[in-house]
Design a protein around this ligand. Structure first.
Ligand code: GLN
Length: 327
């Protein structure tokens, strides 16, 4: 069986156009996230997809240049920022490594579940559920203010996407800040268990703002390429993460990136993925490309309904599943 490879641009364009056409005709589009008021008003009738090869120009279809709230996809970039900039010395000073404060197992529970956290003494199962990302945000605050940390995560996204225009959507951040009682509960519980060091509101100010970064499918796909390229930014060959760390982040995406539907996504698609309640899904095709699909309507687990279908169609057409092509 030949190993998967990048498909010629023209052929890829036909595949993406075909997916966008089929998705446009689907009547079940899921439901927009209701619990963040600012997201509840987003138009359901949007869909975009972009493939960013590690070696070549992005190919896209649909609303691939429309900005959307990246939400939990930001957890990939905040984890990258933490792994990149918080070195061994700082770990020694703070007396605990990241992996002593956050686990690496799928949770099997919703992204904002509280129950597991109590059983497991304030140590979140992984960095891609909300409490795990809140701990990562706290780690970033070891050596900087929350304003500085937001800028660092934003600048990382800008550098990786080769686009300096992206911003935090302040209306979305304010909306989360006003209504984020559940995240506050998670953070206070971890604080009580000694797993948060900075003041809860500082940590949440960073967490809500990183979730509110607005990006397009094209920007996000380009930004994700380092994970398909063994940690190197294909734009300039610089090392974003060591190959080992990039592999680990990608492994976490496969096992934990779609919350309690991570098994289902692996079963149906077979690519490391990170989803967000803004309706985006970033997938990594190791050695080949990063891909983002977006449609704001979510399924019951909080993953984009149409973006998930789009990825199923994409791997069927491209044979890009890491588990081998379907017959
Ligand atoms: N900001 C969202 C929250 O905290 C992120 C959740 C998500 O995208 N799954 O609930």
């Amino acid at each position: 069986m030949p190993s998967p490879s990048l498909i010629e641009t023209g052929e890829l364009q036909v595949i993406l156009d075909d997916i966008a056409d089929r998705v446009a005709g689907m009547s079940d589009r899921g439901k927009v996230a209701q619990y963040i008021p600012e997201l509840a008003g987003v138009d359901l009738n949007q869909f975009g997809i972009a493939v960013a090869p590690i070696d070549g120009a992005p190919v896209s279809a649909g609303n691939a240049d429309t900005l959307f709230s990246i939400q939990s996809i930001s957890k990939v970039f905040s984890l990258t920022e933490a792994l990149q900039h918080v070195g061994a010395t700082l770990w020694q000073r703070v007396g605990a490594t990241l992996w002593q404060r956050v686990g690496r197992e799928p949770s099997g529970d919703p992204f904002n579940s509280i129950v597991q956290l109590e059983h497991e003494r304030g140590i979140p199962r992984n960095p891609f559920i909300n409490p795990g990302a809140i701990v990562v945000a706290d780690v970033l605050l070891e050596d900087r203010s929350s304003d500085e940390a937001v800028n660092d995560v934003l600048n990382l996204c800008r550098t990786l996407a080769e686009d300096a225009s992206m911003q935090v959507d302040k209306a979305v951040a304010d909306s989360e800040m006003r209504t984020g009682s559940r995240n506050r509960a998670l953070a206070h519980f971890m604080k009580a268990e000694g797993n948060l060091k900075a003041p809860v509101e500082d940590v949440l100010s960073l967490y809500f703002r990183q979730c509110s970064i607005a990006m397009s499918c094209r920007q996000l796909a380009v930004a994700g390429r380092y994970l398909a390229a063994a940690g190197q930014n294909p734009a300039d060959g610089s090392t974003v993460l060591s190959a080992q760390r990039a592999r680990r982040v990608t492994a976490l995406m496969m096992m934990c990136g779609s919350y309690d539907a991570s098994g289902e996504f692996a079963f149906r698609v077979g690519l490391p993925a990170k989803s967000g309640v803004g309706g985006g899904i970033l997938c990594i095709v190791p050695g080949i490309a990063a891909v983002t699909a977006w449609s704001p309507g979510l399924d019951a687990k909080g993953n984009s309904h149409l973006a998930s279908i789009a990825f199923q169609e994409l791997v069927r057409a491209t044979r890009w599943s890491v588990f081998g092509p379907s017959v």
